[in-house]
Design a protein around this ligand. Structure first.
Ligand SMILES: Cc1cc2nc3c(=O)[nH]c(=O)nc-3n(C[C@H](O)[C@H](O)[C@H](O)COP(=O)(O)OP(=O)(O)OC[C@H]3O[C@@H](n4cnc5c(N)ncnc54)[C@H](O)[C@@H]3O)c2cc1C
Length: 432
């Protein structure tokens, strides 16, 4: 069967694939986006029912379209998915849904890529891997299946009713773990939350959302130090209109906080004695943002209301002062463990020399440093802190599209020069 040819194949039709298509369309680069399910599928079916965006609608969006809802509200996961589907429709993006890419390799005797899919063969000069920053759930190999406790990753959690009766242990206190723990506590469950290092920005301060503060303080744009950069999770929530994550408040409401989960043996989980330290560092991170915000207000002469009460830190809860270091799951009545322990990537379909020791892409701002014509998009810290988020991926896509378009123009010149000789340089202007 003859392969269908295009200049660029984008693999993945999430927000990254949609952003990529917008910029490739703007640059006039022929391309096709291949998505194995539906546009923004992960927002539809790989997140819990009550999830809302962590940032307000005015912020967590692309520049070209606003959410139809309240700009200061937090869109539900389905509204986010609908937004990207509507955005793609507005662009007329060439996205083919239901097409899974199973293998990408160099075509024999050519610099082009050969793309195998469930819907036949494609050939392209460029590949953009936009398959997501959070692909394969990481579940630490700690508690064996025989332990007799229901175990699931946060990506498989949907709602409290899904879990068997009993207490729940949640491991990981980033945004996912904390929001799920909060939901279960409100549903009347006894909840244990295992907390590691984290940041916890205020939901809002002096009348401005933290997304605004991180923007004006240049923190979304903090640059990556390279592909191996490690990320410290931040705990934020847009639930119930948005609120600051305050572990002391959660403890006061009955949640049992514990340190990092360390080992499991014969029904006993153990925790590192680092809880107080992790909470203190989270508080310091919170207070430092308030300090920076105050300095910004003063330096720029802004008229924003003072908010002294935001600096009040509650008393140290008993579970922090006297932390549980060992827990008998059976005695504690724990029937479920939810691992909110993050994700890894799966590029097994990319049969190219594009990965480093830890299996991470070797790239500079998404441009493969080893495979010409290969690009990545939506990686955590691809170029900056905001890279894996909705507003950040749009800017990275612009950079990648620009690189592809520039190369496309050189190749157009090459082709034109071969046909017509030196005078063909006028063709380049036309192609631009
Ligand atoms: C719980 C959670 C909440 C989040 N909340 C926010 C938030 O509020 N605001 C924010 O800005 N960011 C948020 N993020 C971060 C980020 O915006 C999302 O992870 C987002 O889904 C990433 O978009 P993406 O397009 O890069 O990847 P994905 O959404 O993962 O899209 C990749 C697409 O590629 C497809 N695909 C994969 N492999 C193949 C293949 N071989 N062939 C064809 N298609 C393939 C998948 O089906 C998928 O649709 C959140 C992340 C998580 C996990």
């Amino acid at each position: 069967m003859a392969a269908e040819r295009t200049n660029t194949i984008v693999v993945g039709g999430g927000q990254a694939g949609v952003a990529m298509s917008e910029h490739l369309l703007d640059c006039g680069v022929p391309h096709i986006v291949l998505e194995r399910h539906r546009i923004a599928e992960r927002w539809r079916t790989e997140r819990w029912d009550s999830l809302v965006a962590n940032g307000p609608a005015w912020h967590d969006r692309f520049p070209g379209m606003e959410f139809p809802s309240d700009p200061n509200g937090f869109p539900s996961k389905d509204e986010v998915a609908d937004y990207f589907a509507a955005y793609a429709a507005m662009l007329g993006a060439p996205i083919r849904c239901g097409v899974e890419v199973t293998r990408v390799e160099r075509a024999k005797g050519s610099s082009h890529f050969r793309v195998e899919t469930g819907a036949g063969l494609f050939e392209a000069e460029n590949i953009v891997a936009a398959t997501g920053p959070f692909q394969v759930p990481i579940v630490p190999d700690l508690v064996p299946a025989e332990a007799g406790v229901n175990q699931l990753h946060s990506s498989a959690y949907r709602n409290p009713v899904q879990l068997p009766e009993g207490a729940v242990m949640i491991v990981g206190a980033g945004s996912s773990g904390t929001q799920i723990a909060d939901e279960l506590l409100r549903a009347g469950r006894r909840v244990y939350l295992s907390i590691g290092p984290h940041g916890r920005p205020p939901r809002s301060y002096r009348g401005r959302d933290f997304c605004w503060w991180l923007g004006v303080l240049g923190k979304w744009d903090i640059e990556s130090t390279g592909p191996d950069m490690e990320h410290v999770t931040i705990a934020v929530s847009g639930t119930r209109g948005g609120q600051t994550i305050d572990f002391r408040r959660l403890a006061a409401e009955g949640m049992v906080l514990v340190g990092r989960t360390k080992t499991y043996d014969a029904g006993i989980l153990t925790f590192a004695p680092d809880l107080a330290d992790n909470i203190a560092r989270g508080d310091a991170n919170y207070l430092s943002l308030l300090d920076e915000a105050d300095a910004y207000v003063a330096d720029n002469g802004l008229d924003l209301p003072r908010e002294e009460e935001a600096r009040l830190i509650g008393p140290v809860p008993d579970c922090v002062a006297n932390p549980v270091l060992e827990l008998d799951l059976h005695e504690a009545g724990i029937t479920s463990i939810i691992w909110a322990t993050g994700y890894s990537a799966d590029y097994s379909w990319l049969r190219l020399d594009a990965f480093g020791d830890k299996g991470r892409p070797r790239h500079l701002r998404g441009v493969s440093t080893t495979e010409p014509g290969l690009y990545f998009l939506g990686l955590p810290w691809q170029s900056r802190r905001g890279s894996s988020f909705i507003w950040g991926v749009w800017h990275d896509a612009k950079f990648v599209a620009d690189r592809i378009a520039t190369h496309h123009k050189y190749m157009a010149y090459h082709a034109a020069a071969n046909q017509e000789g030196p005078s063909s340089s006028t063709r380049i202007t036309a192609a631009e």
